[in-house]
Design a protein around this ligand. Sequence first.
Ligand code: SR1
Ligand code: MG
Length: 414
Amino acid sequence: MFGSVSPRYAPLTTDTVVDYVRSRPELRTIFYDRDVIEAVEVGDGNLNLVFKVWAQDDPQRTIVLKQALPYVRLVGDSWPLPTDRARIEAQALEIHGRLVPQHTPKVYFFDPEMYLTAMQNLNDHLIMRKGLVQGVTYPHFANHIGLFLARTLGSTSDLVLDYRTKKLEVARFINPELCKITEDLIFVEPYRQHERNRYHPEIEPQVLALQADVALHAEVADLKEKFMTQAQSLLHGDLHTGSIMVNQRETYVIDPEFAFYGPMGFDIGAVIGNLLLSYASHEVRTKDPTQRAAFRRYLTDTIVQLWRVFVREFQPVWDAVDPIDMPPAYQQAYMRRVLQDTAGFGACKMMRRIIGLAGVEDIRGIEDVTDKSIAASLSLNMAVALVKGRHQITRIEELVDIATGCRPTYPWTG
Ligand code: SR1
Ligand code: MG
């Protein structure tokens, strides 16, 4: 255990959640005494309880309650996890809400004794990963997420915060156990035989080759070191397409419980790596070549556009720095480093989803094992090419070209 849990803490159930809601003064403008209140537990993530709660006669009056469990839900109480992550998430949501309110769910309150946040129910939005699996496109996503990344990463960096605030913020967001999950699941376990790995046996030859690739290990070690030591900006820390809710008009970023001060490229890479996993999955998910090409074009255009928007929206940060301290050549080198980090971290995020404990529906949800192996093989080839090729990348189009130039190795020949 990580310290003691509050004596008031009890995991909510569908039987207790309604009384809890009625007890909260912050919710009196949403739910009235006369209401019949209904609730369902909908958490399908790896860690927490999530309840949707609504008034029976007016389902538009609705909220979500997210409560931390003291262990990893995916595995059980053999893997304890600090409930302090709920505080981290609430404080990150507060910052995101200030910087990009249009992309952050409204928070009604945080209960520090129940490790629970009450927030807007994004009822009209879908987890982006589910939409991408279906081949749905989101025309505003690139602009929205590019802006989200520029604002949240730029405004929390040393380029904007004063020296003291930045260091106090780094301290406030120290998140060791959640970072340790990332360090192990993303930077360690996929590259060795490990009991927590979960790849399907058909892909084993390619996994074993990757696990024997010493040059790859050196690159991953480099990225791990950067993840652990570069307190560049306040990261979301887990910005995959399961942490994004979308519809045709809007984009919301949820679930920043892995937030900490780390390298910007980790968040940008998470988005791009997951878009590339979707790209790989449609090698088999979309059988019609014309449809496949169109959807993949959407994915690659999105990657290019989100980076361009990120750079454009980051420009006001550069416009405000002292040009003697940070001349244009430094600024360009900084952005190039972020781009190369993006490629490397995105690639590590792809490999972990194929080999490691927590997979993603895009790939692991493919039922036919041959199809799944093709998509997994392509994902791994894209990821290895990106990790190894990232030092030469100077433009986002080059990142896309490296990834889209790959083919699956499966089925094996010879
Ligand atoms: C044991 S937790 C596995 C994963 O779930 C979260 O969403 C993070 O991605 C973490 O790595
Ligand atoms: Mg999450």
